[in-house]
Design a protein around this ligand. Structure first.
Ligand SMILES: [Zn+2]
Length: 188
């Protein structure tokens, strides 16, 4: 199921900053750029289109990849683990968003060497410095705080329904809700 949405859906007069104090400004800028280019943004966040159409990257899958995801900045290329991608579209989307985090946060800051990202480095709250930065970027891109707050109310905090609507894995959704203090203690 897809839903049309945009930042116009936010409460009148508010901006994403008003409701999302800790949002990475680079995520905000990327989403705003997306909205400027494409008339009808939808949930789940179209991460493939953002990678390919907006950022001009090539995204391919390879079953032989021995990591979950790989960014080759010099070739503007992202490789995803094909076996993992078939197991879970949510996992595939998070890995892709994670690699976009490396591209936006690090490549554009001068880190040009390829990134090889293992499964244990990818996930909300996982990894060390550069991996953690990419994970935070991915979570904010796939589950933007104001939209997650809105949908959490609409779907009455049904974790499965929320994970489906944002097309992320159940664990990723749960951790994101915990980070935003949206999950009551009895659900943790
Ligand atoms: Zn990584």
């Amino acid at each position: 199921m897809t839903r049309n949405w945009s930042y116009e859906d936010l409460p009148r007069g508010s901006t994403i900053r008003d409701v999302a104090e800790s949002v990475d400004p680079r995520v905000e800028a990327l989403l705003q750029r997306y909205f400027e280019h494409f008339a009808s943004p939808v949930l789940p966040v179209p991460v493939d289109s953002i990678a390919v159409d907006l950022l001009g990257l090539t995204v391919d899958e390879n079953d032989e990849l021995d990591v979950s995801g790989m960014l080759v900045p010099s070739e503007h290329q992202i490789w995803l683990n094909g076996r993992e991608a078939r197991q879970s579209s949510g996992r595939r989307r998070f890995t892709l968003a994670h690699e976009l985090g490396h591209w936006i946060c690090q490549y554009e800051q001068g880190h040009v060497e390829p990134r090889y990202c293992r499964a244990d480095e990818i996930g909300v709250g996982a990894g060390r410095k550069l991996e953690r930065e990419a994970n935070t970027f991915a979570a904010q891109l796939l589950m933007p705080e104001p939209l997650l707050r809105r949908e959490a109310v609409e779907l009455k905090l049904n974790l499965h329904a929320l994970a489906r609507r944002f097309e992320v894995s159940l664990p990723a959704m749960k951790v994101r809700l915990q980070q935003l203090s949206l999950l009551p203690a009895y659900m943790q």
